[in-house]
Design a binder for this molecule. Structure first.
Ligand SMILES: *[C@@H]1O[C@H](CO)[C@@H](O)[C@H](O)[C@H]1NC(C)=O
Ligand SMILES: *[C@@H]1O[C@H](CO)[C@@H](O)[C@H](O)[C@H]1NC(C)=O
Ligand SMILES: *[C@@H]1O[C@H](CO)[C@@H](O)[C@H](O)[C@H]1NC(C)=O
Ligand SMILES: *[C@@H]1O[C@H](CO)[C@@H](O)[C@H](O)[C@H]1NC(C)=O
Ligand SMILES: *[C@@H]1O[C@H](CO)[C@@H](O)[C@H](O)[C@H]1NC(C)=O
Ligand SMILES: [Fe+2]
Length: 467
């Protein structure tokens, strides 16, 4: 290790002098000064948890993409007193009459909790780029919402994603969601990097907190798809009280279209949306060689056609590059397995959560190490993704403030504040990314970056920071 720091690797094309991580305190640690306050969950009688009025009214309405390319949507809702109706009525303003689709409902028990009737209905073959209204419920308790399908998949289709992780249901969570909603750059769909309700922090994983989370987030999730990633707080594995099926509440409540991408489990899957190809991975499912997730991902990367979807985005919960003293190196074993593919297939950006703070990396990789050669320091790599940790949604566990010092060279920006991000894809060559901390005005960008797509701009440096 000692000698390593003296080595200077010269990147052959760009002629950059690299790998000074051992010797220098690089990067730009944010100078933002914030008062650290306790993060407290909103009480059960909070306005955001209010049950909609009317007998058996549908609640916790949420939608996600329902197929591979964005013509499908899965609509979910809960009725508390009785099953009620499984029907969704939907229409666009050009339609003369409403169409209807039939879903199914299910219930589950968790220790001494019994869920309401959780309905899921998949609607397929919608028109692209169309606003649809939909209704769930019957009689006096019909509730109406709307969503917009994405444009047809294609290389120059602009599209705006929001990004939130580790949200929970504290007062800060509510501020994060409010800032996302009020951001003048409107997200059309939200990429959620795992850890939803934090119900598992309550005694016996009180699943009532899954219900409150569903009601809290409905004001966004009913109107735009949230693309789900499983985090450790979705595991709900509690053998002490007889709960031995991992992800039970999560899978009953938050279905994803995993079969459409040939996946065999809802924890890893992919979707195309506009000009993006989004691969969702599971940090908490087996990913070693020969496992279902490994075999699926191995077959998945070659399917990505960058002439069709120039932007290749990966979501996972546990970050691979994280320089906080929380969850440090927890993502390491998965990085060892998959990072060579991420470099080979030029993944543009990897979003993770888990660490309750914000961090953005340089384009770096660390794939040369083979146990005996000692080459174990990340290097600048123009084929590598930018890694962004955005686990700063605001859950009750509070902020991760303790960082490794000095800031590693590979870490471009890090800050312990709650917030959300926006990825605004302009066309096949340009995407604008911004991170917004909760303390600022809605439009303020605390960190931002132009992404230049390396498949379509091969000679350009691929990012320009403007934070
Ligand atoms: C579940 O069990 C816990 C611990 O005994 C208790 O506090 C809680 O009230 C019970 N909940 C229900 C719904 O019975
Ligand atoms: C949550 O935020 C909304 C504004 O977006 C506000 O109306 C509501 O009162 C807040 N609720 C709590 C409990 O903070
Ligand atoms: C990749 O996508 C482009 C644009 O949609 C299409 O013309 C081409 O045939 C696709 N290539 C493959 C191998 O499918
Ligand atoms: C920060 O983390 C380091 C490494 O785990 C630990 O030694 C140190 O005590 C922590 N500092 C604080 C203020 O918690
Ligand atoms: C792509 O978007 C960028 C940023 O908005 C713009 O400068 C550029 O001209 C666009 N390229 C094309 C081919 O439209
Ligand atoms: Fe987590």
């Amino acid at each position: 290790m000692g000698l390593l720091g003296l080595f200077v690797f010269v990147f052959p094309v760009l002629g950059l002098i690299l790998n000074e991580a051992v010797l220098s305190n690089g990067g730009t640690t944010s100078s933002f000064v914030r008062k650290v306050e306790k993060t407290i969950d909103m009480p059960l009688d909070s306005d955001v948890f209010r049950v909609p009025s009317g007998y058996n009214a549908p609640q916790q309405v949420h939608i996600t993409q329902g197929d591979l390319e964005g013509k499908g949507v899965i609509i979910s809702w809960v009725t508390q007193e009785e099953p009620g109706s499984n029907t969704v009525l939907y229409w666009s303003k050009h339609d003369k009459q409403k169409s209807s689709a039939e879903g199914k409902y299910r219930t589950y028990k968790f220790y001494n909790y019994t869920s309401g009737y959780i309905h899921h209905c998949t609607i397929k073959n919608l028109k692209f780029n169309t606003k649809y209204y939909y209704e769930v419920g019957i009689g006096n308790t019909v509730r109406q919402f709307w969503f917009r399908t994405p444009p047809k998949v294609g290389p120059d289709v602009p599209y705006t994603f929001g990004l939130i992780g580790d949200l929970g249901q504290s007062y800060d969570s509510n501020i994060t969601l409010t800032h996302y909603e009020h951001n003048p750059t409107k997200g059309h769909a939200l990429l959620f990097v795992g850890d939803l309700s934090y119900a598992d922090n309550y005694p016996f994983h009180d699943n009532v907190r899954w219900d409150t989370w569903g009601r809290f987030t409905e004001r966004s999730t009913a109107y735009q798809p949230w693309i789900w990633t499983a985090g450790n707080h979705e595991l709900d594995f509690v053998p002490e009280i007889g709960e031995t099926v991992p992800f039970k509440p999560y899978t009953h409540r938050y279905p994803v279209p995993y079969k459409a991408s040939g996946s065999t489990a809802p924890f890893w899957y992919s979707i195309k949306r506009a000009s993006a190809y989004i691969i969702v991975l599971s940090s908490y499912s087996a990913y070693g060689k020969y496992t279902p997730q490994f075999k699926w991902l191995e077959a998945e990367f070659p399917k990505v056609n960058r002439s069709e979807t120039p932007w290749l985005i990966v979501l996972m919960h546990s970050p691979w590059y994280n320089s906080y003293n929380y969850h440090y190196m927890e993502g390491e074993t998965m990085r060892v397995m998959y990072e060579p593919w991420f470099v080979k297939y030029k993944v543009d950006m990897v979003f993770a959560g888990h660490v309750h703070a914000y961090e953005r990396s340089e384009r770096i990789s660390n794939v040369a190490y083979n146990i005996v050669n000692g080459v174990c320091t990340p290097i600048h790599d123009q084929s590598a993704p930018v890694y962004i940790t955005i686990g700063d949604g605001g859950n009750l566990e509070g902020l991760a403030t303790n960082m490794t010092e000095p800031q590693p060279k590979y870490s471009a920006y890090r800050e312990a504040s709650f917030g959300h991000a926006i990825l605004d894809i302009k066309n096949r060559t340009h995407a604008y990314y911004s991170w917004h901390r909760n303390q600022d005005g809605y439009a303020v960008e605390a960190d931002s970056l132009w992404f230049f797509n390396r498949v379509w701009n091969p000679m350009d440096d691929s990012t320009t920071a403007s934070s």
